[in-house]
Design a protein around this ligand. Structure first.
Ligand SMILES: [Zn+2]
Length: 611
């Protein structure tokens, strides 16, 4: 796939109104010349998320996230840049144009991995449908009544025991072996006598493609056939550039529409349960896939649903695990109910043996998380004693605290009061006490988002250039030694500002086609949106920028001197040693000069080194 053309990206940027687009996701309130809202990326009670329509950027003063409209879509929808562009293009009715004729060698980037995985899913699917080697797999699927519609709708496939030939297939398709390895389809082994260095990860297994929420295949879950003595019933793809365990839900792309319509997601444990549900009139089923529900999966569900119904096997991980899963889903702001499938069955076998109505009856008999938890505690504690009631109340309050909103607390507190027969006001007081003791952590925090530290003086320079472009540009372009900037993000912002003839023409860095590095853009938005440090101070922007230029140069010279000192330690040549000593001495003099104010230091700034 060629990259989306720069022209289309700009066309979308011009057509998209940031406050309208963001306003479709979260309610915006007018604030001064802009808008503000409760930040969708971190939990807060007072709005620190700001949208600036003039600059067409957003920035959160709470968590520091920010950027342009593409960045917002990427962060909110958790998609990559090309997907964000095409989502916006769809909404605005703009046709995507691609750069043609770019015949660069394929790299192991995300778009090419998506392409490879989709093609591999089709490949395994064809083997299952047609290959003689897949006969046992076809028999097995027929026996489990997963043949036909299930195979088609979920694009099931088969990887034969002798190896599926994925390596030679990939070569024919134009994928390099490194890409196939990066996608997790093969495992690299040491070179043996024949020189084969890769072996297939999946052998003699039914292949279940796992897709992200927009339907792109990102991984496989591979299941053994019946009577297979191998201990691992399932082998899954490893984490790759496009897949992280616990961050996708099996069946979500197929279930998304039904979840939106019913506002409810049915959360099963296994993928076969999900397939059975979809085939039997429960199209809103998804699976957490073996692992317990993660906070990431919970917030993924929350994007489409108001409520999650967790389906548990009677013999599964146990009731405490169910409460933990329930709390995680509550933490995403979902209403949570649980159902237990009768002993010795799961949704798949229940539906097969007793029909969809039996499963519907189970779903209708769902228990709210709090009632479910109370039911467990009731059997453990003696509710005729004061200590038994106290412990039960404390445990229930713990569950209530998992919910992020005060409205949910209110609702759950009333229920807890009814269950325990304790006055609601007392419970409320106790909740407040508990809450003070353990501040609730951000449950759905993105582990990949970290504040990157930047050198203070370089930040100041970038900020002055952005906010006082007219006053500062000339000075900076004349006196800044660009190589003195240590921080790539500050440097890209400074460059963007220097390249613009007027403040209005500053373009957001970096080039939008390569937004793998979001920090420059985030920083750009932050610097533009935060209050100017110069305004209200004694200094003019010119004075401030001169000071900063001196500091930056001074630091650069000091770094250079430190480097010379290190060289001196290892230098055995006498002439060279003498030269280095002199240079070091001169640098000291220069540093001192730079400390004596602009007028005295300026000749030094004008010297452009030749290195
Ligand atoms: Zn925030």
């Amino acid at each position: 796939m060629s990259p989306i053309s720069r022209k289309t990206v700009e066309e979308i940027r011009n057509a998209a109104d940031i406050q309208t687009i963001i306003g479709n996701y979260i309610p915006l309130k007018r604030a001064g010349s802009g808008f503000k809202a409760l930040c969708p990326f971190h939990r807060e009670k007072t709005p620190s998320f700001h949208v600036n329509p003039q600059l067409q950027i957003y920035h959160c003063f709470g968590c520091g996230r920010g950027g342009d409209i593409f960045r917002f879509i990427m962060e909110y929808e958790r998609v990559d840049f090309p997907t964000a562009v095409s989502l916006l293009a769809d909404r605005l009715g703009i046709r995507l144009a691609y750069d043609s004729g770019s015949d660069r060698t394929p790299r192991t980037d995300r778009p090419s991995l998506f392409r490879l995985m989709s093609a591999a899913a089709r490949y395994y699917h064809q083997i299952l449908l047609k290959s003689p080697a897949a006969e046992a797999a076809r028999v097995y699927l027929r026996k489990r009544r997963l043949w036909g519609e299930a195979v088609e709708r979920f694009q099931l496939g088969y990887a034969p025991a002798s190896g599926s030939g994925i390596i030679s297939w990939a070569r024919k398709q134009g994928f390099r072996i490194e890409q196939v390895a990066a996608a997790g389809l093969v495992i690299q082994r040491d070179r043996d006598a024949e020189g084969a260095r890769y072996v297939e990860r999946f052998r003699d297994r039914i292949m279940f493609p796992i897709s992200d929420e927009v339907g792109r295949v990102v991984a496989f879950s591979a299941r053994v056939l019946e009577d297979d003595p191998r201990p691992a019933k399932y082998v899954n793809s490893p984490d790759t550039a496009i897949f992280r365990k616990g961050r996708v839900l099996f069946g979500l792309s197929q279930a998304r529409q039904a979840i939106v319509e019913s506002k409810t997601a049915v959360v099963c444990e296994g993928q076969i349960d999900v397939i059975r549900c979809h085939l039997s009139g429960f199209p809103n089923a998804v699976a957490s896939q073996g692992t317990a529900v993660t906070p990431e999966q919970a917030s993924l569900i929350r994007r489409y649903a108001d409520k999650a119904v967790v389906v548990l096997d009677a013999d599964s991980a146990g009731q405490d695990a169910a409460v933990r899963a329930g709390r995680i889903l509550l933490g995403a702001g979902l209403e949570v109910a649980l159902v237990i499938i009768p002993a010795d069955s799961d949704p798949d076998s229940l539906i097969l043996q007793r029909g969809p109505d039996a499963f519907k009856a189970v779903l209708d008999n769902q228990t709210d998380i709090l009632d479910f938890h109370f039911e467990i505690l009731r059997h453990r504690e003696d509710l005729r004693t004061q200590s038994g009631v106290s412990r039960t109340a404390a445990a229930l309050l713990e569950t209530i605290l998992a919910a992020p909103s005060a409205i949910q607390w209110d609702f759950l507190l009333r229920r807890a009061s009814a269950l325990l027969g304790i006055d609601e006001a007392f419970l409320r007081e106790e909740l407040r006490r508990l809450r003070r003791r353990q501040p609730t952590p951000l449950i759905a925090e993105d582990p990949h988002f970290k504040e990157v530290p930047h050198p203070e003086e370089e930040i100041s320079l970038a900020e002055l250039l952005l906010k006082h472009h007219r006053e500062c540009r000339e000075l900076v372009s004349r006196y800044l030694h660009l190589e003195d900037l240590q921080d790539v993000h500050c440097r890209s912002i400074v460059l963007a500002a220097l390249q613009a003839d007027r403040e209005e023409n500053i373009r957001i860095p970096p080039d939008p086609a390569s937004t793998d590095e979001p920090e420059s853009q985030r920083l750009f938005a932050e610097l533009l949106m935060r209050p100017s440090r110069v305004e209200g101070s004694e200094k003019t922007p010119q004075e401030a920028v001169r000071e900063v230029l001196l500091v930056i140069r001074r630091k650069a010279l000091k770094r250079k001197r430190a480097q010379i000192q290190r060289q001196l330690q290892y230098c055995s040549d006498k002439c060279e040693t003498e030269r280095l000593r002199l240079e070091s001495k001169q640098l000291m003099v220069d540093v001192k000069l730079l400390e004596q104010g602009w007028e005295r230091a300026v000749p030094l700034l004008e010297i452009q080194e030749i290195t």
